[in-house]
Ligand binder design. Structure first.
Ligand SMILES: O=C(O)CCC(=O)C(=O)O
Ligand SMILES: [Fe+2]
Length: 367
């Protein structure tokens, strides 16, 4: 039987792409179009046997007087060694999380024409769809919507306010809960790094926050594609929730891809570029990617927590001394965001771009 091509929806300017709804009902004989094929992109092996358990941080232990010293130590070594952990006993109610799951599933099931009302506009990166920067760009096997959610005046009037009202309300409640959680985590990360007491709060309170919701359809040849290109997050921390329990996240550790398995009632927290820079390289902004499978659709929602737009990002002065000079340049947050948005997701390129090269001054801003 002749192989069928999977339909793609592109906007007239070819900036935006979304995988057609028909992917849901894919005939297993359908061949993956060339533009999705990524096999040779990252040949790092995937650990198949004796997969190490993803480390766990227990929020209850972190905040309890009796256990917090031990848990902060643990948090510190996990952020150095892994840059990623599952957060249990996070205190976000399971009924809110279940409601959010239903809403996100409902959103991705909407007719594509409705979702395209939220499509990324030319020159922008926020909205529904993937920005396609060149004809050669290989595409991810997923549909996604990305938007800034905080500060509120930075919300695009045609995005967050235009989400279906029940999704918007649930997401709003979830964002509030996760803001609280993220600030608590920043507080303990500051303790773990032995920063000045107010340093984390001043940087991240009322910070720039964004959300990405992603839908990964089943793929007839999952080994040929990726759901989300390998990347590190340009954030302080990211809190990821896997909507329908289907796994697919992988992280790179010591040059090897490790499947990230976690308790369904936990969140995955990962260290982003900004915390690697702030900690002067002590913490690791972990490279990760999403894989897909042949039978099950997968969905995730990631909340990204960044410093406030007015802040300057750079290694914390508390950590610097003549024996520990800055490893990264300083940059105004506003510029950092602009630079990041002008690039495609791709490995750890941005954090490496911020690294001071031998002979380079440490106080220059990113170019
Ligand atoms: O879907 C996932 O598991 C990963 C999502 C992610 O890494 C992101 O949105 O930045
Ligand atoms: Fe990510």
């Amino acid at each position: 039987m002749a192989s069928q091509q999977v339909g793609l929806i592109t906007s007239s300017d070819h900036l935006v792409l979304s995988i057609n709804e028909e992917l849901r009902k894919l005939d297993p004989k359908i061949k993956v179009p060339e533009r999705f094929i990524r096999v040779s992109q990252d040949p790092a092996p995937v650990l198949g046997t004796s997969i190490p358990a993803i480390p766990t941080v227990d929020m209850k232990k972190l905040v309890s007087e009796d256990t917090k010293d031990f848990e902060v130590e643990k948090l510190h070594s996990i952020c150095i060694e892994w840059g990623l952990f599952q957060l249990v006993n996070h205190g976000v109610s399971s009924s809110l999380v279940e409601k959010l799951n239903d809403e996100i599933e409902g959103f991705f099931k909407l007719p594509v024409e409705e979702k395209m009302n939220l499509k990324v506009r030319p020159g922008d990166v926020e909205g529904f769809g993937t920005v396609v920067r060149s004809d050669e760009q290989r595409l991810d096997w997923g549909d996604r919507v990305y938007m800034i959610i905080n500060p509120i005046h930075r919300r695009k009037p045609y995005l967050f306010p235009e989400l279906p009202s029940s999704l918007r309300e649930t997401l709003e409640a979830y964002i509030l809960e996760l803001q609280r959680l993220a600030m608590t985590l920043f507080d303990y990360l500051g303790k773990a790094l032995m920063l000045e007491k107010e340093e984390m709060g001043e940087l991240f309170e009322d910070g720039m926050q964004s959300v990405r919701m992603t839908y990964y359809p089943p793929c007839p040849q999952p080994e040929l594609v990726v759901g989300l290109t390998p990347h590190s997050d340009a954030t302080g921390i990211t809190i990821l929730h896997q909507v329908n329990g289907v796994e697919g996240l992988q992280m790179k550790k010591d040059g090897v891809w490790i499947p990230v398995s976690f308790r369904p009632d936990s969140f995955i927290v990962n260290i982003g570029d900004i915390l690697e820079i702030l900690s002067n390289g002590v913490y690791n902004s972990v490279e990760h990617r999403a894989t897909v499978n042949s039978t099950k659709e997968r969905m995730s929602v990631a909340l990204f927590f960044n410093p406030k737009f007015e802040a300057e990002v750079g290694p914390s002065n508390t950590l610097l001394n003549p024996n520990n000079p800055p490893l990264f340049r300083r940059v105004a947050m506003e510029k950092y965001v602009k630079d990041f948005f002008s690039r495609s997701l791709n490995g750890r390129t941005y954090v490496e771009h911020m690294r001071i090269k031998p002979g380079q001054a440490g106080n220059t801003t990113s170019s």
